[in-house]
Design a protein around this ligand. Sequence first.
Ligand SMILES: Cc1cc2nc3c(=O)[nH]c(=O)nc-3n(C[C@H](O)[C@H](O)[C@H](O)COP(=O)(O)OP(=O)(O)OC[C@H]3O[C@@H](n4cnc5c(N)ncnc54)[C@H](O)[C@@H]3O)c2cc1C
Ligand code: HEM
Length: 399
Amino acid sequence: MLRSTFAVVERRAEHAVTFFYSHLFWNNPAMRELFPEDMQPQRDRLFAALTHVVTHLESPGLAEYLGQLGRDHRKFLASPALYAAVGSSLNAAFAHAAGAAWSLEAEKAWSEAYGHVADLMLAGAREAARAGEPAWWDADVVRHLRYGEDLAVLTLRPRQPFPFLPGQYVSVSSLRVPRVWRTYSLADAPRPDGTLELHVSRIPGGVMSTALVDETGPGETLRLSVPGGGLTARTEPGGLRTYICAGTGWAPVRALLAEAAETEPELKGRLFVVARAKEYLYGRHDVERFRERLDGLSVTYITSAPGHRKDQATERLLQSLRACVHWAAHDVYLAGPPGFLTEVAEVLEELGTAPDRIHHDTLPPVGRFTVRPNTAAERLLGPPPPLWHNPSARAPREP
Ligand SMILES: Cc1cc2nc3c(=O)[nH]c(=O)nc-3n(C[C@H](O)[C@H](O)[C@H](O)COP(=O)(O)OP(=O)(O)OC[C@H]3O[C@@H](n4cnc5c(N)ncnc54)[C@H](O)[C@@H]3O)c2cc1C
Ligand code: HEM
C-alpha cells in the first residue's frame, strides 16, 4: 500500500513538497521560525527523507539510523507535538498529490508507518536527553587561519565536553546564517585541551562556507550538533591501508592518522594527498610530521600542473593508483568532494578493492525526486504547475 501510493506521489513530488510545507507552516506558523530563511537549496530534504524511510521500513539498520536522527533533531527543537504536526501535513500532502490513488486504507498505512518512524526518532531523542547529552554544544572560535583565497582552518573550544571518534563529522550552525546547518569533518583526534579543528573551503555562493571562511573570527560562538559518520578506523592491527584525500578531505584523514600515530605507530600504508594546485596543499606541514612519526607510511602529493585544469589532479591520482599493487589487501579511506569520491571508488573497485573495504562518508540517502508524467495528457503537455496549500480558496463562499 505504501509503495503503490508512493509511486503516484513520487511523480507529483514538486506538488507534494510545496503542499507539505505550506500546509505545515499555515497550520503551525511558529514552526516556520525553526527552518532556514531560504528553503530553496534543500527544501525537499526533510520530505524526501520522510518518504524514503517510510518506504524502506524493512531495511536493516533503519532503526539505528532513526534513533540517531531523532537524537540529532533535538537541535531543531523537534518536540512530540511537532512530530504530530509534521505527520498530519505529510498525510495532507499525500492525499492531495495522490488524487484518486488515495484511500482510507492508504491513509491508515501511511499514518501507521509515520507513527513508527516518529516513535523511533523520539526514543533516540529521549535516550540522549536521559544520558545528559545537550541538544547542541556552543563552541567559541579561538583561532581562524586563512590559506589562500578560499580556505580557512578554525579552532573551536566547546563549552562542554564534546566526545567524538577520529574521522567523524559534525553539523555546524552560525548566527550569521540562522538555522542553517552544514556538515564539516573534525580534523583531529580528541585533544587533551578539548579544542576541535575544522577545515572549511569556500564554495562560490555558499552561505555557510562563506560565513565561516570570510566573516567568522576569534571570539565568535558557533553551535555544534551530535557528531556522526562512519569514516572511523576499521582496520585490524597490522592490516594494510590506503588514505586518499582531496582538498579539505585532508581533515578526517588527518584525524585518522593522528589516532594511528598514538595507537599503531608501526602501521603499514600509503597516503595520497590531492590538491588543485601546490598552494592548496595547506596540510603539507602536518603530513610531514606524520611521515616522521609513521615509518611505514608512504606519501604521495598530487596536484595539477601549473596552468592546467584543476581536475587534471584527479586524472593524475587515478594514474598513480593504477600503478600501485595489492589493492585487494588494503582498506581504503577516502575523503573529498562527492564527485571525486564516486570517481575514485569506481577505479578502486576496478583495481580489485572490495566495495566494503572502501570507506567514505556521504550523508544518508535522502534521494531526489524524478519528474515523470502520470498520464498520457501530461506526457504530451507536461505536468501542471504545483499548487500551494490555500485553505481560504477552499472555504465556503459568502452568500
Ligand atoms: C559528510 C560531509 C563532510 C563534509 N566535510 C567538509 C569539510 O570538512 N570541509 C568543507 O569545506 N566542507 C565539507 N563538507 C561540505 C559542507 O557540508 C557544505 O556542503 C559546504 O561547505 C557548502 O555549504 P554552503 O552553505 O556554503 O553552500 P550552499 O549554500 O549549501 O550551496 C551553494 C551552492 O553550492 C553548491 N555546492 C554545495 N556544496 C558543494 C561542493 N562541495 N562543491 C561544489 N558545489 C557545492 C550547492 O549545490 C549550491 O548550488 C562536508 C559535507 C559532508 C556531507
Ligand atoms: C519522522 C519525522 C522526521 C524525519 C524522518 C526527518 C528527517 C529529516 C532529515 C533526514 C533531514 C535532513 C538532515 C539534516 O539536515 O539534519 C531533516 C531536516 C530537518 N528537519 Fe526533520 N525529520 C522529521 C521530523 C521533523 C520534525 C518534527 C521537525 C520539527 C522541528 C523537523 C525539523 C527539521 C528541520 C528544521 C530540518 C532542516 C531543514 C533545512 O535545513 O532546510 N523534522 N529532517
